[in-house]
Design a protein around this ligand. Structure first.
Ligand code: ZN
Length: 107
């Protein structure tokens, strides 16, 4: 058996256990987003597609309401951090800022 690990983009079983043991529900949500390929890496930001919108994650900052109210690490941040380790994100060759501007100029 080879000892070299391939970067499959999937967290392995022991990593999943640790995440769920350490973060509870947040961990479950983060792993679900990872499994469902809802973490996008744009040229400028990581974006997580949540249950009720898309959120920009930059290091320990997130644009979701949970983070704004509680100033606590939300599951989006956890999901992006995990995706960075496993490589389990979708690369989008666009600037997210351009997408935001386009959306806003609709009127
Ligand atoms: Zn968040």
């Amino acid at each position: 058996m080879s000892s070299s690990k391939k970067n499959s983009g999937e967290p392995d079983a022991s990593m999943r256990e640790k995440i769920i043991a350490g973060y509870g529900n947040k961990g479950v949500n983060a792993l679900k987003a990872l499994d469902e390929k809802r973490i996008l890496k744009y040229l400028d930001f990581f974006v997580v597609i949540g249950n009720s919108g898309e959120y920009i994650v930059v290091d320990d900052f997130c644009t979701c309401r949970d983070f704004a109210y509680r100033q606590m690490e939300c599951w989006h941040i956890l999901a992006v951090r995990t995706a960075k380790i496993t490589g389990g994100y979708i690369t989008v060759n666009e600037w997210y800022q351009d997408k935001l501007i386009k959306d806003q100029s609709a009127d």
